[in-house]
Ligand binder design. Structure first.
Ligand code: P6P
Length: 337
């Protein structure tokens, strides 16, 4: 059976289906090569002197790990020279990063969380890179990093591609260009991502939920009701037993759901209400919501479809409930009563 590399898959999406442009194909290949470099750096762990704190904080006020900063730098350097991007934005940078004047600008915007779940780095648990691609609006003001923020403030429905790399026992790239979800496995000997699954479908029902239970006392009533019902199992109103998983690495939790279904919740709670939620819209919630919907799942804040949100600021946070469609619809319905 002929192996289909990422390059071949993207060429077929471009040539045969006209789904993507040559520049978008190039962008995704560049991001995939950056993820390969990040995977190698992570794999060195303590041997590469890349573990531990960087000694700085990011715009979120979170202590940066050395690998957070390294991953961010790898993605910036990989993407700035190719002529496919107008600007980039990252969880690790307060303002957008403009393509330097010495390089040509392109028509796309790239947002990313360079290393999501970094609290898991030092304990050797799966982490990942999340990315999202938007078109740069005609006439966007890219005169300064601060002025460029407005170009990014587009709803998730405007995404032209999204994906994540998960650095686990194997390194995977999970991608959508708006035509279903495909999974690629990194063949380290070839140095290429090989297609290993196409047309991913998330089961509409599940028996597995993911939430940080230690926040229980802070949840809103609809989430309390839903989790209580799942914990009640067969004897409760849902009439079946549920299992629970919480990796505290969104990419790992979402990939499990892409693989076997489930529901992931980082809902609004009184602890994070002032900041609008825990997870970031532009480079965590939106790309994951696009992928989940493309795989037949659903993604809401509990009160609205995540992809419909019109961002007010680059690092905006939102509540996130995503995964198996019937479960997401159930708990979203509880918010409406
Ligand atoms: P908590 C990682 O820092 C992250 O942004 C997501 O990857 C993860 O789902 C969540 O935060 C974990 O949050 O509060 O359980 O540590």
């Amino acid at each position: 059976m002929t192996q289909r590399t990422l390059a071949r898959y993207l060429t077929e999406e471009q040539r045969n289906k006209g789904v993507i442009t040559a520049d978008l194909k190039f962008l995704i290949e560049v991001v995939s090569r950056a993820c390969q470099a990040i995977s190698i750096a992570i794999g060195k762990g303590g041997l590469g002197g890349v573990l531990g704190e960087a000694g700085s904080d990011n715009v979120q006020g979170e202590a940066q790990k050395k690998l957070d900063v390294l991953s961010n730098d790898i993605l910036l350097e990989a993407n700035e020279w190719g002529g496919h991007l107008a600007a980039m934005a990252s969880e690790e940078m307060d303002l957008p990063h403009l393509v330097p004047h010495r390089f040509p600008k392109g028509e796309y915007l790239l947002t990313f969380d360079p290393l999501d779940g970094s609290s898991n780095i030092d304990v050797n648990v799966s982490i990942g890179t999340i990315f999202s691609v938007l078109k740069c609006p005609e006439g966007a003001d890219l005169s300064t990093p601060a002025a460029a923020e407005a170009a990014f403030l587009q709803p998730g429905t405007a995404q032209v591609a999204a994906g994540y790399a998960v650095y686990g026992p194997t390194t995977l790239l999970v991608l959508t260009v708006g035509n279903g979800v495909a999974v690629f496995t990194l063949d380290r000997e070839q140095g290429a991502f090989i297609l290993t699954q196409e047309n991913v479908q998330i089961p509409a029902d599940t028996k597995e939920f993911a939430i940080n239970m230690s926040n229980q006392r802070f949840w809103e009533a609809p989430v309390k009701r839903y989790v209580d019902e799942m914990v009640a199992g067969k004897e409760g109103p849902l009439g079946k037993d549920y299992n629970m998983r919480w990796v505290a690495s969104m990419v790992a939790d979402v990939h499990r759901i892409m693989t076997r279904g489930g529901i992931f919740m980082y809902p609004m709670d009184s602890k994070v209400q002032a900041q609008g939620g825990k997870l970031r819209l532009m480079y965590e919630a939106n790309p994951m919501a696009f992928l989940v919907e493309q795989a037949g799942g659903a993604a809401t804040t509990g009160r609205q479809r995540i992809l419909d949100i019109v961002p007010g600021k680059l690092h905006q946070r939102v509540p996130v409930i995503l995964g198996s469609k019937n479960e997401v619809e159930r708990v979203t319905g509880y918010h409406a009563v």
